[in-house]
Design a protein around this ligand. Structure first.
Ligand code: KG4
Ligand code: ZN
Length: 383
């Protein structure tokens, strides 16, 4: 079954065609990220206008590998090759979402293909089930696998604890199987990605975000820094909770930067030191809470996803910690290209989890809830 998925929730415009929820046939992403550089953050109007400009070229590009030489129209490619459409309906920026949603609805109307609305945040975790990387063979029930057969892939067994950590969300889920999700906790204020992004701006990296912090942190060498920088690790003392809080950390970073500026010590060395400390603090919190959830729910696997899961220090910390405690848990994280926003995981979620919906009932929902108490799927889904 081939799904054409569309993602336009923020500043990325993406389309992908995925076979059977796991195999990438095409995956195209355009971004307006650089256009926002001078504004100190994403400008919704600018993002929406870029979505409108990119959406058709991106979908055309995603359909190219499926196009027969004899067939020139997008319409005919979709008619011949695509079984269903999927679109990210929220959460996200309303102007951006509307572009993807209305485009998907129009395609559904003219082609009469089924349309599957997708929750962007929940979908992130399905990047772990996509085949083009080393991470995953899916064990649905003990000893059965879905689709993936390569021996060198690690088996994802359930129950799994899934941490989705992106620019706007830091959420923990219990995944009993591919279709049953329960929300366990999330951030009470800011997301981890937001904290990375704010720090990047404070340290002079503009909209470079977590990637800029990761790169600056590698420059830090304790031997050359006489600075005493220690940041609070919020919520770690409240050991029994599966919630996060990053606003206090953001404030502490602002204070630390101001103090260094006052003392005329805000130089490259201080910037690298701060980047290192921020990354250590955020990754410590994410690892500790995720392992706490895994222990509490007797998980067999840990899954990471979302833009922040591209962070190399976070990946390393999980692996080292699990080794150090000789844990039985298997650890899975998508390749970096599937961590940040794309439409491949939108299609994967739609295949495993989505429900075909009449296009007339599909709408953009900017504040779509991610706090799923329990979601069981009817067999009436896409297969
Ligand atoms: O999932 P995503 O692409 O978009 C949202 O759905 O929000 O996540 C974007 C977030 C940004 O906060 C960005 O700074 C962060 O992911 N990010 C990283 C890295 N790459 C992207 N954070 C830490 N380290 C990275 N290497
Ligand atoms: Zn995202």
């Amino acid at each position: 079954m081939k799904i054409l998925a569309i993602e336009s929730s923020c500043d990325e415009t993406a389309a992908a065609v995925i076979a059977d929820g796991t195999k990438i046939l095409s995956n195209v992403v355009a971004s307006s990220h650089d256009m926002h550089e001078t504004y100190g953050g994403i400008v919704p109007e600018v993002a929406a206008r870029a979505q409108a400009e990119y959406i058709i070229p991106v979908i055309s590009e995603a359909l190219k590998p499926l196009q027969k030489p004899s067939c020139s129209s997008l319409y005919q490619s979709i008619m011949d090759e695509i079984d269903a459409l999927a679109v990210s309906v929220g959460p996200g920026l309303i102007g951006s979402l509307l572009v993807g949603v209305e485009t998907a609805k129009t395609i559904a109307l003219v082609t009469d293909k089924p349309l599957i609305p997708v929750n962007h945040v929940l979908a992130h975790m399905y990047a772990n089930f996509i085949q083009s990387h080393q991470s995953s063979v899916v064990s649905h029930q003990p000893k059965t696998t879905i689709g993936l057969t390569a021996d060198d892939r690690k088996l994802i067994t359930f129950p799994a604890i899934s941490l989705v950590v992106s620019g706007g969300h830091t959420e923990l889920y219990l995944m009993k199987n591919l279709k049953e999700l329960t929300w366990l906790g999330g951030t009470l204020d800011d997301a981890a990605g937001e904290c990375f992004d704010k720090t990047a701006r404070l340290l002079g990296f503009g909209n470079g975000g977590g990637l800029a912090i990761q790169q600056a942190a590698t420059q830090f060498n304790i031997r050359y820094s006489a600075l005493d920088i220690h940041l609070p690790r919020p919520m770690l003392d409240k050991d029994n909770q599966l919630n996060f809080s990053f606003s206090g950390l953001k404030t502490a970073i602002v204070r630390a930067v101001n103090k260094l500026k006052e003392q005329k010590q805000f130089n490259d060395n201080a910037i690298h030191h701060l980047a290192y400390e921020v990354q250590e603090t955020i990754t410590d919190i994410l690892v500790k809470k995720t392992l706490l959830a895994a222990d509490r729910y007797k998980a067999a696997s840990i899954l990471l996803s979302g833009g922040v899961s591209a962070n190399l220090r976070l990946r390393k910390k999980f692996t080292s910690k699990l080794q150090a405690i000789a844990s039985h848990l298997s650890f899975h994280v998508p390749p970096v290209s599937l961590c940040t926003d794309n439409a491949a995981y939108i299609a994967s979620y739609a295949y495993f989890h989505g429900t075909k919906t009449n296009w007339r009932h599909v709408t953009a929902v900017p504040d779509l809830s991610v706090e799923i108490r329990q979601q069981s799927l009817q067999e009436a889904s896409v297969r």
